[in-house]
Design a protein around this ligand. Sequence first.
Ligand code: ADP
Ligand code: MG
Length: 348
Amino acid sequence: MSEINLGIIGGGQLGSMLSIAARKLNVKTVVFSDDPDAPAQNFCNQFISGNYDDKQKVINFVNHVDVVTYEFENIPFETLNEINKLKPVLPKPSVNRIIQHRLAEKDFVNKLNIRTTRYVSIEKRSDLDALKDFLPGILKTTTLGYDGKGQHPISSIEDLNLLNLDFTRGYILEKLVKLKKEISIIITRFNINKYEIYEPIENTHEDQILKHSKIPADITEKIFNQSKDWAMLIAEELKYVGTLCVEFFIDRNDNLYVNEVAPRVHNSGHLTINAYNVSQFENHVRAVCRLEQIPLKKISNAKMINLLGDQISYYRKDPKLKKNEYFFDYLKKEIKEKRKMGHITILI
Ligand code: ADP
Ligand code: MG
C-alpha cells in the first residue's frame, strides 16, 4: 500500500502522542498549529505553523496530506468544513460542531435517553431569575473551556450577579452533582458496529484538572456495562470514526451521568500506551487512516499521574524510575502553574 500522510490540527501533547503512534505504523504526520512553539514539532514528520483562519496556510497544510484529524475540539467549524471539501476530515466536522458547544452536546446526549446533569442555557441577564432549581451549580461558558477554564461554582443568585458576565458569549448553568467518582470510557469506532473499547478508567480531578487515572475502576458491574453501552451508543449515533472519550459522573446513589464527550484522544487514556497492546493513539490513527483493526488486549492494570507545572522539574533532573514506571515529558517550552507538562504511568 502506498504511504499515508496524516494531517493533525493542533500541536500539543495529544498531537505529539498521535505522531509517535503514527510513526510506528509507517504513517507520516504533518502537524498544523497556531503555536510556533508547539511541542508536537518534536515528534511529527513535518510542522506547519499558522493561524487556523489563514487560508493560504491551511491550503498548504491540506496539500501535504491525504486525511486530516484533530487533537482538540475548539477549531472553528468553518475551517474544518472547508478542509473537508478538499481532503476527508475524520471525525467529521459535524461531530465537532455538536460537541464543541456544551448545550448542543448535552441536548444531543439527552435525545439518546442518556442521563446528563440538569442544565439551563443563560443568554441574557433576565435568564438569571428562575435559576434556583439549578443551585448549587457550576456556570460554564458554552464554548472554548478546558481543564476547568471558564467555570465558576455558584451557590446563590448573588454569586452570579457578582460575576459580571459578558453576555456576548453564551453560558450554561449545570446543577452540581454530588460526586462519588468520575470515570471515562475511551472507544475507537472504525465503522458501523465496529469498535475497540477500553475498560472504564477511574479519574480523580484537583481544581477541575485531571490528576490521576487508573484501571480497573472501582465501580459496580452495572455501571461498568452501562458506561460502555452509552459510549457505544454515542459513537454509533455520531457515525464517529476515530477515538472518542466519554466522561462520566457517578453520584452518591450510584447514578451514572454523562459529563461531556471529547471528540478526540483523551488525557485519561494515556495509560493505554503501556497497559494495552494497542493504545488509544494507535487506534485513532488506525481508524482515520482505514488501517487494520486489531482486537484489544489488556496487558496490565495501571495508574497514570499528571505532572502539572513545576512537578515536571524533578522528573527532568533525576527521575529514578522503576521498571514498571514510564515517564513522558511533553517538551513544552514554558513551565506554567497547573499546565500539563508530562505524566507518569505505573503498571500495577
Ligand atoms: P472541562 O472541559 O474543563 O474538562 P468539565 O465539564 O469536564 O470541563 O469539568 C471539569 C471537572 O469539574 C469535572 O471533571 C468535575 O470534576 C467538575 N465538574 C464539572 N461540572 C460538574 C457538575 N455539574 N457537578 C459536579 N462536578 C462538576
Ligand atoms: Mg472534562
